[in-house]
Design a protein around this ligand. Structure first.
Ligand code: FES
Ligand SMILES: [Fe+2]
Length: 437
């Protein structure tokens, strides 16, 4: 449970709020590269931390992220003409370059464009994402490289999903292993034969899902780290082994969810505003699984189709609150625990239906909620600390962000889950040496 006051601090991100100030001290995703792929192509609307902005790629390929409202009389620059190194308002033709500087006033008898400059934020393109920094200029810290800076273009993969609820609510689901034993279960997994991987080492993805189903009471252990924390959900397998799923969390809003044998793909949960969340899902490193451990992902299982991406990388949502997520009550009784079609939509149902901004004075937290409680505490401590003048944690230089990983494995006797997915993990070492060699 949080006090009403702490819940307000935790969830509100607009200009001047404590959490808004904290988030503005980090480089965060503003939009996908694919949304503004072409020089002089259509601009993209960017709502970010409660501010309305427009992103565009100019004639020379430079990217601008500027305030949406034209400073003349307020028309939206989203409808502007992107031409000759600037975005031109179509109402009276005022034009702005990527820095927000007004460079032309077509309609003015006595132009004063040099005196007009609108808000603009710096942009850095990395890993298929346009990152920005919205904090005070004199506090700007260097870009944090999670691995995207050296990612070959052929391996760049990023998408964005829009969720209609508060960002913390959405992130809570990423730090909540217990729900996979329920929300994401489906009866068809019982038809998949035991493939003999219920033993210390790496199970197949299908067997992993069987373990989730087998033991709904995961034990949660949290390990505090320099970047936030990592936590393990430990389940007992049908053969009596301990199966650990390890998820990493990085300040202020990144989760690297458990995967066999280890995971590097990140989910950055970015508030568009208090009630709308953009979930960026992107790769930061070359292949993390050179031997194909775990087999094909269960998303490819024929009875369980996974939602497809639209070409721009913005996930096309067919299952929404408006259509009750197309819940299939017959499927709910016979094939799927939730009756909702795919993982993402199941998560959307669970998080969006708690309300636009969930009132945490009403929650009743239990043993499976330890990791998300840690996340709330760390964020609140940092936001309040910043308000008192303390520097935000985990800025660039705090450590090697490329060494943060999730993992999943059946533990041998005495094996410590804290090693899994780190640079000390033999499987990680092998993957890294294969990559370099
Ligand atoms: S409102 Fe944009 S030029 Fe007049
Ligand atoms: Fe989920």
């Amino acid at each position: 449970v949080l006090s009403a006051e702490d819940n307000e601090i935790l969830t509100r991100v607009g200009p001047g709020t404590q959490m808004g100030n904290l988030l503005r001290r980090y480089w965060i995703p503003a939009c996908l590269s694919a949304e503004i792929a072409e020089p002089d192509g259509p601009p993209a609307r960017v709502r970010l931390l409660g501010e309305d902005l427009v992103a565009f790629r100019d004639t020379d390929g430079r990217v601008g992220l500027i305030e949406e409202q034209c400073p003349h009389r307020g028309a939206s620059l989203f409808y502007g003409r992107n031409e000759e190194c600037g975005l031109r308002c179509t109402y009276h033709g005022w034009k702005f370059d990527v820095t927000g500087q007004c460079v032309d006033q077509r309609s003015e008898l006595h132009p004063f464009s040099q005196r007009i400059r609108i808000t603009s934020y710096p942009v850095r393109e990395s890993g298929g994402i346009m990152w920005t920094y919205m904090g005070p200029t004199d506090s700007m810290s260097p870009f944090r490289d999670f691995g995207t800076e050296s990612l070959p273009a052929s391996l760049v993969s990023a998408n964005k999903e829009i969720i209609y609820c508060n960002w913390v609510q959405s992130m809570d689901g990423d730090l909540d292993t217990a729900h996979i034993s329920n929300l994401h279960q489906f009866d068809a997994i019982d038809d998949v034969p035991d493939d003999g991987t219920d033993k210390p080492g790496y199970p197949s993805g299908y067997m992993s899902m069987k373990f989730w189903r087998h033991d709904p009471r995961a034990e949660i252990e949290v390990d505090d780290t320099w970047h936030g924390f990592r936590y393990a959900g430990i389940r007992t397998t049908p053969n009596g082994h301990r199966h650990a799923r390890i998820t990493a969390w990085i300040f202020p809003a990144i989760s690297i969810i458990s995967q066999i044998p280890f995971s590097t793909r990140q989910i950055f949960v970015v508030p568009a505003d208090d009630v709308t969340t953009h979930r960026y899902n992107y790769s930061v490193q070359p292949v993390a699984n050179p031997h194909g451990l775990g087999g094909p992902p269960f998303f490819t299982y024929e009875k369980y189709p996974f939602e497809m991406m639209s070409p721009s990388g913005v996930v096309d949502r067919k299952y929404t609150r408006e259509n009750d997520y197309q819940i299939d009550r017959i499927a709910q009784k016979g094939t799927s625990y939730s009756g909702i079609a795919d993982f993402r939509s199941q998560d959307a149902m669970a998080t969006e239906t708690a309300g636009p901004v969930y009132d945490r004075t009403r929650e009743h937290l239990g043993s499976t909620d330890i990791a998300l409680i840690r996340m709330h505490r760390l964020l609140l401590r940092a936001a309040k600390g910043l308000a008192r003048g303390e520097e935000p944690p985990v800025l660039a230089g705090a450590g090697d962000f490329r060494a943060i990983r999730g993992a999943e494995k059946i533990l041998a006797d005495g094996e410590d889950w804290r090693v899994l997915g780190t640079d000390e993990d033999p499987t990680v070492r092998e993957a890294l040496s294969l990559r370099e060699g």
